[in-house]
Design a protein around this ligand. Structure first.
Ligand code: CP
Length: 317
C-alpha cells in the first residue's frame, strides 16, 4: 500500500465522522507498512523531507504528542513542538491568534489537541495547512480509534463481526466516541458499559448496545476496552468512591473470564491502576494489548500525516 494507490479526500483529519470504510482501511493498510519501517534499525525515510509539522498541544499528553513527533521525524519532516507553558499562550494569546501566528511561518501540518470540542475544526478554517485533530474535548480522538483498530486487526485478523465492549467513563471520553464510529464502520459489534452517571443519555443512539452491568457487558466479547476515569473533566463526583467503582466496573481476571476464551484487553492510557483496571490483566502480555496500542500509534500517525501531506502536494502540482 502506498499513497500513490490512494488519495485522501479530505484536506484535514478532524474526526472519524466523515471517513468512509475504504478511507479507513487504506489508512490501516498504509499504517501496516509503517509498523515494518518502525521496527527496522534505520527507521527514518525522506518521504516528506522539506515539510514542516507543528504540534500544538493545549492539554497534557505522553503517547499522542510523542508519537506524532516520532511519526513526523520518521517521514523526514522538521517537527516543532510548541511548549505552551513558555509560549505567548501563557500571556493570554488566544487559540486562533496562536494558530494564525504559526500559520504565517508556512507549516504544512498542524497537529492540535485542545480541551474544547470543535477546536481543531475551528483552526482548520483559519489556517492554510492541514490540521490533524489529536483530541478535542469530549468530541473525537480519531488517531486513537485508528490505532485501536489497527491493534485489533493485527491481533485477530479482522474486525468484521467481532464483539467489543468499551467500558468505563464514556461520558467524558473522546476515545469512546471515535471508537464507536470507527468500529461500526468496520462492521464490529460494539457495547458501551458504565454507571448511569458516566454514560450519556443518548448513548443508545451512537450505534452501540448499552449496559450498566459490566459482568453482563463482557459476556461473549472478543475484546474488552477499558477507559480512564477522567476526574479532571468532572465538575462533581460521578462515583461514590474509586474502591466501589473498581468493584463494579474494574476489569480484573475474574471479570475478564466472563468474556470469550482468549479475549483481549485494551486501554488507551494513561491507566488508573486499581480504579478501572487491575495490574494483573493490564501487564499480562498474553492478554493485554496496551503496549501494542502505543506501538501502533506511531504507525497510524505516520499514515495519517503521509496521506494528508501527499494529497496536498499532489493538489498543489
Ligand atoms: N491515549 C492518549 O491520548 O494518551 P495521551 O493523553 O498520553 O496522549
Amino acid at each position: 500500500m502506498t499513497t500513490e494507490d490512494y488519495r485522501f479526500a479530505q484536506p484535514h483529519f478532524l474526526g472519524i465522522a466523515g471517513l468512509n470504510r475504504p478511507e479507513a482501511e487504506s489508512l490501516l493498510d498504509l499504517a501496516d507498512d509503517y509498523v515494518e519501517q518502525s521496527r527496522r534499525t534505520q527507521k527514518n525515510s525522506d518521504k516528506l523531507r522539506g515539510l514542516t509539522q507543528i504540534n500544538l498541544f493545549f492539554e497534557p499528553s505522553t503517547r499522542t504528542q510523542s508519537s506524532f513527533e516520532i511519526a513526523g521525524k520518521r517521514l523526514g519532516m522538521d517537527v516543532i513542538n510548541m511548549a505552551l507553558g513558555t509560549s505567548s499562550v501563557a500571556k493570554g494569546e488566544t487559540l486562533i491568534d496562536t494558530a494564525v501566528t504559526l500559520n504565517a511561518m508556512h507549516p504544512d501540518l498542524l497537529v492540535v489537541r485542545h480541551s474544547a470540542s470543535g477546536a481543531a475544526e475551528l483552526l482548520s478554517q483559519k489556517v492554510d495547512c492541514a490540521v490533524v485533530n489529536a483530541g478535542d474535548g469530549q468530541h473525537e480522538h480519531p488517531t486513537q480509534a485508528l490505532l485501536d483498530a489497527l491493534t485489533i486487526r493485527r491481533a485477530l485478523g479482522s474486525l468484521d463481526g467481532l464483539r467489543i465492549a468499551i467500558c468505563g467513563d464514556i461520558t467524558h471520553s473522546r476515545v469512546a466516541r471515535s471508537n464507536v464510529a470507527l468500529l461500526n464502520l468496520l462492521a464490529a459489534e460494539v457495547r458501551l458499559c458504565g454507571p448511569p452517571t458516566l454514560l450519556p443519555s443518548d448513548a443508545d443512539r451512537w450505534g452501540a448496545d448499552v449496559f450498566h452491568n459490566m459482568d453482563e457487558a463482557v459476556v461473549g466479547c472478543d475484546v474488552v476496552m477499558v477507559l480512564r476515569l477522567q476526574s479532571e473533566r468532572m465538575d462533581q463526583a460521578a462515583i461514590p468512591s474509586t474502591r466501589e467503582y473498581f468493584k463494579f466496573y474494574g476489569l480484573d481476571r475474574n471479570r475478564l473470564a466472563k468474556a470469550n476464551p482468549g479475549a483481549l484487553v485494551m486501554h488507551p492510557g494513561p491507566m488508573n491502576r486499581g480504579v478501572e483496571i487491575d495490574s494483573d490483566v493490564a501487564d499480562d502480555p498474553a492478554i493485554s494489548l496496551v503496549t501494542k496500542q502505543v506501538e501502533m500509534g506511531v504507525a497510524v500517525r505516520m499514515a495519517v500525516l503521509d496521506m494528508l501531506a501527499t494529497t496536498r502536494m499532489e493538489a498543489a502540482k
